[in-house]
Design a protein around this ligand. Structure first.
Ligand SMILES: Cc1cc2nc3c(=O)[nH]c(=O)nc-3n(C[C@H](O)[C@H](O)[C@H](O)COP(=O)(O)OP(=O)(O)OC[C@H]3O[C@@H](n4cnc5c(N)ncnc54)[C@H](O)[C@@H]3O)c2cc1C
Length: 461
């Protein structure tokens, strides 16, 4: 298929679904005060994840209204798994029996002005938290490309935004409250012995009920976009380009030796120099752009250097709109910054195989951290992301090829997206995997929170 024809077809698909309200896993904010606070709602209807590519196998979905309800459920139920906002593309949030949704745990609990932390209930979404936090004069350090994900679900899988000095969202976790298998509550603070192992936990340790996040004074961000960066410029100046803003994203369809777009997001409280009309050979955008250039930018956050609050610039899509297609699949792979350009060039060689199944790729950076199962564990990282057409049979054939190309760089896949890496290889890429396995057995000796994803990727590895 010719490029233009492909874009026309994919534009129709993606543009349409950008506007569709989420129907698979309900996204409507809930007002707890209007609910009957006395009972957990339980349903046995067939349910899908956000993308609609995965039907949950768990027969029962429990929707408790209070922490006490969760404690009672956890104690009583045998096999169970916490469910956040259903934005993972694989079976990580599934259970063979019961899912416990955090949908009704969606309140801001408190702000500690001295410790500079905000404590939220586990199911609160970043999109619900951000405006309230801003109103009170605060911000978090970074956001993912979409704001609709729950805080606990995002941190559980090491969800990230971009920025060479920005850790992933889990790096901001200062404390957790969790329900243990016996129904008892446990609190963990940064500095506690188990903390580094417990923050990116893949749902293996318990049901998180509250999360404390580091905050800082609110700030404004401007975003400036450039188009058609020559691949050679990226080769010559990769780190400089990725360091040119507080958060930088590259979008590419791997065609024509060009990176289609560079999104440079800069805090206006930092020294800003004029980036000019040309940036390493890329030309400044003269209108707001969608990451897929052919699509309307109507739902994208304001660009062209117009400053605005952090939560209206760090995500690519406006809060009020569904920020990406439900008819898509996603995969993402993390390599060390030192290997980034080699990894990108290895994939670029495969562009003719990748392109027919691709909507767009995004390349971002993440600062290293010390969280055992973080994809950026002790590695300043570059994330190479693929938004695929929802054609799993074809995408499934591509992933092993991509993973083989990236194997020399000890690639780690995003825990919540699609991958096919052999569990033993995967385990070997996490130096603290044996310790995490031991932690899981300590917290959950009877395996209440185990599911097929954990059995395959953690317990059997
Ligand atoms: C359109 C789209 C865009 C995305 N953009 C990004 C991006 O920019 N960056 C990025 O890194 N990722 C991105 N993702 C992936 C997404 O952020 C992760 O998959 C994230 O984990 C989803 O959070 P969730 O609340 O939906 O989690 P779920 O899918 O509901 O659950 C994820 C995991 O967390 C566990 N969990 C959830 N809540 C709790 C709890 N209270 N206690 C214990 N365990 C819990 C679940 O058991 C499961 O293991 C994107 C996904 C989509 C669909």
């Amino acid at each position: 298929m010719k490029r233009k024809e492909f874009l026309n077809k994919s534009s129709a698909l993606v543009a349409g679904s950008f506007l569709v309200p989420l129907s698979s896993c309900q996204e409507q904010p809930t007002n707890q005060s209007e609910k009957d606070m006395s009972a957990t709602e339980t349903t046995s209807e067939a349910r899908k994840n956000w993308a609609g590519n995965y039907y949950y196998k768990a027969k029962n979905l429990h929707e408790p209204k209070t922490v006490e309800d969760i404690q009672a459920l956890v104690k009583d139920l045998d096999r169970q798994k916490a469910l956040g906002s259903c934005h993972c593309f694989n079976d990580i949030a599934d259970s063979l029996s019961n899912q416990i949704s955090t949908k009704y745990l969606n309140k801001l609990v408190s702000i500690d002005e001295v410790a500079k932390t905000v404590t939220v209930e586990a199911g609160m979404r970043y999109g619900e938290l951000a405006p309230v936090l801003h109103e009170k004069g605060y911000a978090v350090h970074n956001l993912a490309s979409l704001p609709h994900i729950s805080v606990a679900g995002a941190c559980a899988t090491a969800t990230h935004g971009s920025g060479v000095s920005n850790g992933n969202l889990a790096a901001a976790v200062a404390g957790l409250e969790m329900v243990r298998p016996d129904g008892q509550l446990i609190q963990l603070q940064r500095g506690d012995a188990d903390f580094a192992g417990a923050v990116v936990h893949l749902g293996a340790l318990g049901i998180v009920t509250k999360v404390a996040l580091d905050i800082q004074p609110t700030y404004e961000v401007r975003q400036d976009l450039f188009q058609e960066l020559p691949l050679q410029s990226l080769k010559d100046h990769f780190e400089t380009i990725m360091s040119s803003g507080y958060s930088v994203s590259l979008f590419t369809d791997w065609q024509n030796d060009l990176v289609s777009q560079i999104w440079i997001k800069r805090r206006i409280d930092e020294e800003l120099k004029d980036l000019g009309n040309r940036f390493y050979g890329a030309k400044a955008a003269t209108r707001n752009l969608h990451p897929i250039t052919a699509l309307s930018a109507e739902h994208c956050t304001e660009q062209l250097g117009v400053a605005g609050p952090w939560f209206e610039r760090l995500p690519h899509f406006k809060m009020g709109f569904t920020p990406s297609s439900g008819e898509e699949l996603q995969s993402e792979y993390f390599v060390s910054m030192d290997n980034a350009m080699d990894a990108i060039l290895a994939l670029e060689k495969k562009r003719d195989q990748i392109f027919p199944q691709l909507y767009i790729s995004e390349i971002r950076t993440i600062a290293e951290d010390d969280l055992w199962l973080s994809t950026a564990y002790q590695r300043k990282s570059v994330a190479i992301h693929f938004t695929w057409k929802q054609n799993w049979e074809e995408v499934r054939k591509l992933l092993p090829m991509i993973e083989a190309e990236l194997a020399p760089y000890d690639v780690r896949p995003h825990w919540g997206k699609l991958f096919t890496i052999d569990p033993k290889l995967l385990a070997a890429r996490y130096p603290k995997m044996p310790e995490f396995l031991a932690l899981s057995k300590k917290y959950d000796p009877s395996g209440k929170f185990r599911n097929p994803f954990l059995d395959l990727n953690i317990y059997a590895a």
